[in-house]
Structure formats: C-alpha cells, structure tokens
Design a protein around this ligand. Structure first.
Ligand code: PMP
Length: 338
C-alpha cells in the first residue's frame, strides 16, 4: 500500500491482472496492465505527467501557465487533473466525434474545451494542428505563458513508458515476460515499453485497428489503411516522433468484430469494464499467444475505464446502427426475478 503526497505520486504502479479466458483459450498466460486504475482512469495520465514535468524542467511551463493540447480525450483528462493539482490551466481541442462522457469529464476536470470537426491531419483544422496554433497564440497573449503538450511528437510521452511502464512490467513479472503488445494512438506506450523491454529479449507486437496505417507500414513499408473502427484514442496514419526508431517484431490488424466481443466478455465474465482499445489490445495478445505457441507470458494494456463509453460501445442502439453484434446481456435480457 502506498501513501501519496501528491496526485502525481498516485499515477502508475498499476497492477497486472491475469485475463482468465484469453489465457485458457490460448494456453499462454495473458496479463493486462490495469491502467484504468490511474487517477484519470487511463494510461494517458502517465504521458500527461511526464510532459508536464519535462516542460517545467525546461522552464517552458511556469507557475500559473496554460497547457494546450489536441486530444481524443484521455490525455486531456490527465493534463487537466495533473494541471489542477499543480495550479496550471488547461485548454483542450477535441474532435466532436469523441464520446460525450469524455467531454463531460474534461469540463468537470476544469479544462476549457474547443470542439472541432473530425478532419484528417492534412487539413489545417485537424484537432492536433488547431491546438498547435492556439498554443502559439496563447503563448503570446497569456501573462504566465502557455505550452503545447504536443503528445504525438513530444517524446516526453514515450519516456514515461521507458522510465516507468516498461520497468514496472519487468519487475512485476520477475523478468518472466515473453511478449508485449498494444495499439497505437501516439505510439508513446508501444514504442516506450518496446524501448525498455526489447533489449531484454521481450518480443513486441503492434495491434492495429482497422482504419489505421501502421500494420501496412510495418509489414510492407507503405502507410496504407482500409476499413474503420469505433474504438477511440487509437488508429494512427503516420510515423509520429514517438514511433521513430521503433520496429515491432510482429504486427496484427484487428477488426472491431474480433475486439468488441472480447471487451464484452471481459466485463461479463471477468468484471473488467473497459474501453474499445483494450479489446484491440487483448485480441492482439491472443494473436501473439497463438503465433508464439503455448506456455508463453504476454502482457498488454487495459487502457481506460468503460463507463467513458456508456453512450457508444455499451449502447445497443449505437452498436446496431454500426452493424456490430450486440451481446444478449447488454440488450436487457436477464433472468426474471421471482
Ligand atoms: N487507448 C486509449 C483509450 C487512448 O486514449 C490512447 C491514447 N490516445 C491509447 C489507447 C493509445 O496510447 P498511446 O497514445 O500511448 O499510443
């Protein structure tokens, strides 16, 4: 048990939880790192803390300063909560397609929200590019200055996983870990854990959702995508600075029809309420287990808490609208009470 003098001290050191059904199905030991137990309920608290600490150390972020970021939500929640605990203001630019629950949480956490249409990176109004311009403007006009967190190309993000997530996994497993896999949003988690564990002989796999271009890049050398996914926070179309210098040992493309039933089973049968990206990750871990053969230990990331997606992933009407299968228990089918 820890005592934490600051919120920052409560970030990380998350438990590994054995995933019973995925382990039994593959003959491997599959473990999920419970990142949803961070204060902001996602893995992105780690990147937020490392980015803020780096900016403070460089003197770029001064007392009372403003943190600006373009984010699908979780990084913003981390920045806003850590920011609140350290006296910084946060301004978050978010694509309007992200879940209402994440937007509500951002506002609750004190962030000022700017909602923009979900347009590709090449469009100047893309949320990431918009946030960069807004940060420049606020840096000029705010009395205490402003920084752009720039999670995609700020390698303080992956440093969080080189310094902490990777070494935690190594220690927790006593060095008995054969594989690690996860999906990519910024690439901070996958590349950072890889940089910590690949030199120790751990194999690293990319689990890419449909609509992302990295599976194609790492298997054919070309950035190309097909299909789409309802998962949030993952699905990258370019090599970010966080991915530079990283090469996975294996790569899998995971369709929603494979990832979502796993998310639903994890809730119904293992009590784990998770977002869609965790389903892509666990599906990736099962593919990796089958590729490596029985008897191996594989770790993946349980990225964020599922209540964040009550109105999407866990809404039967939303799933039906997307042509995705709805689990019976989610559709209200329960045994009648006496
Ligand atoms: N899952 C969720 C729910 C996320 O919000 C993110 C971050 N955008 C990721 C996975 C991917 O993490 P990373 O940015 O480290 O690649």
């Amino acid at each position: 048990m820890r005592m934490c003098a600051t919120l920052a001290d409560a970030i990380g050191n998350t438990p590994l939880i054995r995933l019973r059904k995925p382990s039994e199905a593959t003959g491997c030991e599959i473990w999920g790192k419970a990142e949803f137990l961070n204060p902001g309920q996602s893995v992105k608290d780690r990147a937020a803390l490392w980015i803020i600490r780096d900016a403070m150390a460089r003197g770029a972020l001064r007392p009372g300063g403003t943190i600006v970021e373009g984010t699908a939500g979780n990084t913003g929640i981390g920045l806003a909560l850590v920011g609140a605990s350290m006296g910084f203001r946060t301004v978050i630019v978010i694509p309007e397609t992200q879940s209402q629950e994440k937007k509500d949480m951002l506002r609750l956490a004190g962030a000022q929200l700017v909602e923009v249409p979900a347009v590709p990176y090449r469009n100047p109004d893309n949320y990431v590019r918009y946030s960069g311009r807004l940060a420049e403007e606020l840096a000029r006009t705010e009395a205490n200055g402003a920084i752009w967190a720039n999670q995609f190309d700020n390698i303080a993000n992956r440093q969080a996983h080189i310094d902490a997530t990777g070494p935690e996994i190594w220690e927790q497993t006593g060095g008995r870990v054969d594989g690690f896999t996860c999906a990519v949003g910024t690439g901070g988690t996958l590349a950072g854990v890889a940089m910590a564990l690949q030199p120790k002989g751990v194999k690293i796999a990319l689990a890419d959702p449909e609509g992302a271009a990295l599976h194609s890049f790492y298997t054919t050398g070309e950035l190309a995508s097909e299909g789409s996914s309802i998962t949030e926070g993952i699905g990258q179309g370019r090599i970010t600075a966080n991915l530079e210098g990283f090469t996975p040992d294996m790569s899998f493309r995971i369709p929603d029809t494979e990832a979502l039933p796993i998310v639903f089973d994890l809730l119904a049968e293992e009590g784990l309420c998770l977002g869609g990206s965790s389903g892509v990750n666990v599906a990736g871990a099962m593919r990796m287990a089958r590729a490596m053969g029985p008897g191996h230990t594989i770790v993946t990331i349980l990225c964020d808490y599922g209540t964040r997606y009550a109105s999407k992933l866990y809404d039967p009407a939303f799933l039906r609208d997307k042509g995705l299968p709805v689990p019976q228990w989610l559709d209200g089918a329960r045994a009648p009470l006496p």
